[in-house]
Design a protein around this ligand. Sequence first.
Ligand SMILES: NC(=O)c1ccc[n+]([C@@H]2O[C@H](COP(=O)([O-])OP(=O)(O)OC[C@H]3O[C@@H](n4cnc5c(N)ncnc54)[C@H](O)[C@@H]3O)[C@@H](O)[C@H]2O)c1
Length: 262
Amino acid sequence: MTDQTPAVCRRLVGRTAVVTGAGSGIGLATARRLASEGAHVVCADIDESAGKAAAAEAGGLFVKVDVTDPAEVEALFKTAYDTYGSVDIAFNNAGISPPDDDSILTTGLEAWKRVQEVNLTSVYLCCKAALPYMQRQGRGSIINTASFVAVMGAATSQISYTASKGGVLAMSRELGVQFAREGIRVNALCPGPVNTPLLKELFAKDPERAARRLVHVPVGRFAEPEEIAAAVAFLASDDSSFVNAAEFLVDGGIAGAYVTPL
Ligand SMILES: NC(=O)c1ccc[n+]([C@@H]2O[C@H](COP(=O)([O-])OP(=O)(O)OC[C@H]3O[C@@H](n4cnc5c(N)ncnc54)[C@H](O)[C@@H]3O)[C@@H](O)[C@H]2O)c1
């Protein structure tokens, strides 16, 4: 084992985790991490080939799901339960950030609605589907992916995205309070910018934009997906048993910064 190798952590043996958006980025890194900690991982994605590949890696199950479709979301959690006998962890993570979601002055209603559907309505649907299983078990951890933009504003706006993540944050808080006495924790994960293929592509095209963003990150770099996955694994496990209804920032200090070091 080198200094870089994490100690083997097996906090999730026998638990069943549903991960949406498991085919790429944060979801993929999390599917791998939860599996490495012993969980049965159900990988959900609209992209069949990416989702299948993720499930194969995680030694889990792939379910093709459009997270905006209520029947498909219901079927996802039922499949998890029918296959593995419980639904212990729901990582409601699938989301989009399309280019036609921009300044409020130029973003049309259709673009606004699409982002609300995929980023916010989907989380409502996934929580609604997961909670009854967790209530019956008297145990569960729900982690909903919000973003640092849920807690701070940007002049380079993606108006519907930001509003959707604010909604995810407020909904998660409320659910965490409502179901706390039933042994269910609900937290909003708020990642800072992550070094995912989408961001890499965006910034390769526009290095100035990358530099303008990086200046705000106290640690001076974007997160790796594995660093976000490690936070999800913590929130999923009993190590976080008193963390509930939280705004769980994993942002390298962005939200705490006024002036950053040169
Ligand atoms: N990357 C970042 O910098 C960053 C920062 C903060 C928050 N987030 C949030 O983290 C989450 C994951 O982001 P990522 O960067 O890993 O994205 P990504 O684009 O790499 O992966 C998203 C996955 O979701 C899937 N997906 C999209 N629409 C879907 C739908 N309707 N039904 C089912 N699956 C669908 C995609 O196929 C893809 O596999 C998103 O909610 C995003 O808003 C990302």
